[in-house]
Design a protein around this ligand. Structure first.
Ligand SMILES: *Cc1c(COP(=O)(O)O)cnc(C)c1O
Length: 359
């Protein structure tokens, strides 16, 4: 068995229902950028027909979805980056987020035969990444309206920088800035990502924008997915392809960064950084074999990793190895082992890993 990411679409649908239960009065923009966080954007979109819209980061991602027959509204979270992209957004019937004056200038200089339908203005409320400062919002809306290239609403959008830590007082500060902007302008509003959906109900507003929680990963630093009733969608699997008995003093892998201090049985597993499995898991990550957690020994190589089999006498070549996504080793935990976040591990998984959809 070559490395495979099993994608449980029933779990995905369950997590979508959790969004609806938690934010019952909001429309849902399901965030499926970066190939649906590595899960497969087209299949994820098809499995979530209850979404009121989908959101991606780039034009190319939206076009892929359109070409696959996804006809729901699709929002470009980073907007358009040239007049040509603006023209294409119009042709493909996309909703565009405008976050700077240059983008509005591109739109204003065009005469679109098919006006953009429902657009968003990104408001800078404290993250200092994208958006219009509150005192620039009125002018931006006027220019957008005067362009005569938008037929539908212009919504107000902002994004939290610290929602994964609900007690952080910067969340309240961002929400207060947004609330003031909202009091001065009408139209749909959207602020909540997964973490805010789960922990900041006052931020739900007209549209919520869940990403991570749809994939069954906890968006909150101090809570597990299980405690939030989210079900992991991806289980990453590979297999044992070799077993070796090491003597005391023998070393494992490139650089010999792990050395046996006693006779040790080790196993080689057929997955590596060439699949997008993080090299940061060298001498740190854990995987499960026969329901037992074992540790990675030495460096992650391009196509393989080595693991400690000392605790598993019955391990055999061909045994299934679960890299993440089972109860004892969720991707959140593997992310901690790699000193990164689950988002990165999921997105990094590349096309070499087969996606196997079920449910
Ligand atoms: C990626 C993204 C989201 C989704 O965030 P999650 O933390 O995955 O729920 C929402 N809004 C914007 C603007 C984003 O870029």
């Amino acid at each position: 068995m070559y490395p495979v990411a099993e994608i449980d679409l029933a779990a995905l649908k369950h997590n979508f229902r959790r969004v609806k239960e938690t934010a019952p009065n909001s429309k849902v923009m399901s965030v499926i950028k970066a190939n649906a966080y590595g899960h497969g954007d087209i299949e994820v979109a098809k499995a979530l027909p209850g979404s009121d819209a989908f959101a991606v980061a780039r034009l190319s991602e939206a076009i892929r979805l359109r070409n696959a027959g996804i006809d729901k509204p699709i929002v470009l979270l980073e907007g358009i980056h040239s007049p040509d992209e603006c023209q294409q957004a119009s042709e493909y019937g996309l909703s565009v987020v405008f976050h700077n004056e240059q983008q509005i200038a591109y739109l204003s200089a065009l005469t679109l035969t098919k006006p953009l339908q429902f657009c968003w203005l990104m408001i800078e409320t404290g993250m200092h990444r994208l958006g219009f400062a509150p005192d620039k919002v009125a002018d931006a809306i006027t220019t957008l309206t005067n362009s005569n290239n938008i037929a539908g609403d212009i919504g107000l959008m902002s994004h939290f920088a610290n929602a994964d830590t609900p007690s952080d007082d910067r969340n309240g500060k961002q929400l207060a800035v947004m609330t003031k902007v909202m009091s001065e302008h009408c139209g749909p509003r959207s602020m909540a990502n997964s973490a805010a959906i789960m922990s900041l109900p006052t931020s739900h507003q007209h549209w919520v924008r869940p990403g991570l929680m749809l994939y069954g990963v906890s968006p909150l630093n101090k809570k597990t997915a299980q405690s939030l009733n989210l079900k992991p969608v991806m289980q990453l699997k590979a297999q044992l392809i070799a077993i070796e008995q090491l003597q005391r003093g023998e070393q494992v892998g490139y650089g010999g960064t792990w050395q046996a201090d006693k006779p040790t049985r080790i196993g080689t597993v057929n997955i590596g950084y060439g699949d997008g499995y993080s090299r940061l898991l060298s001498n740190a990550g854990q995987v499960s074999i026969q329901n037992q957690i074992v540790t990675i020994l030495g460096r992650v190589s391009m196509d393989m990793i080595c693991v400690d089999l000392s605790g598993i006498d019955k391990a055999e070549i061909g045994d299934e190895v679960i890299l993440w996504g089972d109860e004892s080793n969720p991707v959140e935990q593997v992310a901690k082992q790699a000193k990164t976040i689950a988002y990165e591990l999921l997105c990094q998984l590349n096309q070499r890993v087969i996606r196997d959809f079920h449910g």
